[in-house]
Design a protein around this ligand. Structure first.
Ligand code: ZN
Length: 252
């Protein structure tokens, strides 16, 4: 079984379509949340991910845009995008957004846990090795997939006490690129982030994703260029804050 792992698409249909075109063959899609927020094409993205189906976990922006939390703790730019998205979403897409479940979600017949932030707190950012160690007692499966930080890579924690930080290394900055991480079959737990499809923050502007192959026991990280200028024009035409457009090119 090969699962395409998507996270933090953030209403960027141009990035999502580029990922779907470049991704190696997959059987299912597991979506780690923040489907909407920030970008200019919420309905297009919601409709596309609904078609792709399978596993969904809600993100903090999904919750806010669906009106399930007060978004007052969001910064002013994010909050503006939440209100714009609420007005923009069709009734049907809004109704669907309200049904996206809270993590952790455990896909059937897998030894995988899917979360948005962290296993016990959907809003927690896992950024450092220390953050990863704190999760150790809460990792029921050998592999936990998370998003939220918009940084591609992850952590391994061995039962003997060692740990590692995994950052994909790519040969280019502007082409389709892949990086393979072979997972140990025993004695190690992994926390893996596919990166953000629609608003990367790891200084690489290309759309990020990952593929999990349970037979090969391998994660393949991927980056794909997409027409950023088109996504930027959509943000500008929507009247969303300019910073949401400019940051896409910087990748942070
Ligand atoms: Zn996000």
């Amino acid at each position: 079984m090969r699962a395409l792992i998507l996270s933090d698409i953030h209403s960027n249909i141009d990035a999502l379509e580029a990922v779907l075109e470049a991704a190696p063959k997959f059987d299912v899609v597991w979506n780690l949340g923040d489907i909407v927020g920030y970008g200019g094409t919420p309905n297009e993205v919601v409709e596309r991910v609904r078609e792709l189906g399978e596993i969904f976990v809600r993100g903090n922006h999904d919750r806010a845009c669906a009106g399930l939390i007060h978004a007052q703790e969001f910064n002013p730019v994010a909050l503006y995008a939440v209100h714009w998205t609420q007005q923009e979403l069709t009734r049907d897409n809004m109704d669907w957004m309200r049904t996206v479940p809270r993590g952790p979600i455990l896909p059937a017949d897998s030894q995988v846990t899917c979360v948005h932030g962290a296993p016990r707190d959907e809003d927690q950012y896992l950024l450092s090795m220390g953050d990863a160690w704190q999760q150790k007692e809460h990792l029921s499966n050998p592999l936990t997939l998370f998003g939220h930080t918009h940084v591609q890579g992850g952590f391994s924690l061995s039962t003997e006490g060692g740990g590692g930080y995994h950052t994909p290394i790519y040969s280019s900055h502007d082409k389709v690129d892949f990086y393979e991480l072979n997972l140990r079959r025993e004695g190690t737990k992994y926390l893996i982030n596919p990166g953000s499809v629609g608003q990367p923050r790891d200084r690489d502007w290309r759309a990020a994703f990952a593929l999990y192959d349970d037979e090969a026991h391998r994660i393949t990280f991927g980056r794909v260029p997409y027409p950023v200028h088109v996504a930027q024009i959509r943000i500008q035409r929507a009247g969303l804050p300019e910073s949401l457009a400019t940051r896409l090119r910087r990748g942070r």
